[in-house]
Design a protein around this ligand. Sequence first.
Ligand SMILES: Nc1ncnc2c1ncn2[C@@H]1O[C@H](COP(=O)(O)OP(=O)(O)OP(=O)(O)O)[C@@H](O)[C@H]1O
Ligand SMILES: [Mg+2]
Length: 176
Amino acid sequence: MTVGTPSGRLAVFPGSFDPLTNGHVDIILRSALLFERIVVAVLVNQEKRALFTPPERIEIIRDVFCEYKNVEVDSFDGLLVDYARRRRATAVVRGIRAVSDFEYEFQMALMNRHLEPSLETVFMMPAEQYTYLSSRLIKEVFSLGGTVSGLVPPVVEDWMRRKKTAESARRSTGEK
Ligand SMILES: Nc1ncnc2c1ncn2[C@@H]1O[C@H](COP(=O)(O)OP(=O)(O)OP(=O)(O)O)[C@@H](O)[C@H]1O
Ligand SMILES: [Mg+2]
């Protein structure tokens, strides 16, 4: 399924997506309406406290968007502008939840413009009910036994549950 009218342009939506939340999904769907192609680019860094590995995150996002032909999932490391150049992207999409996101995003957008003047950053606001959602908060709530349904796609919830089960099995057998 292709969403909206193709405008002939490719945009990159970079992030950790650990895990993908309904806030991310909201921004991806809005971007898919504006751009011919949107590449969800999972940042690969050696984060110790990550819940999912980058390949797992990619598999999850691909699964969620398998019916959207103009949503692609990829990974990158290093400078975003280098990746965007390689992909011949015209824009970087970022989500803005609250004023607190603004300062950091503003700095990043201007730094990226300094590094690559032709790359435009496009900010998008999610639906109101997702403005308080972050991956960090999802992980925290879930690890304390709270429900995350309605806040992440069902696929993500399944993966999180399986991860938790595997984790407790590992603990009970005394593995590290
Ligand atoms: N609920 C949301 N609504 C709109 N944009 C969002 C939301 N959550 C994340 N984003 C945006 O998605 C992009 C990728 O963000 P990222 O992967 O860091 O997610 P995050 O939820 O902020 O994760 P973390 O809590 O680990 O920082 C960023 O542009 C971020 O602003
Ligand atoms: Mg973040």
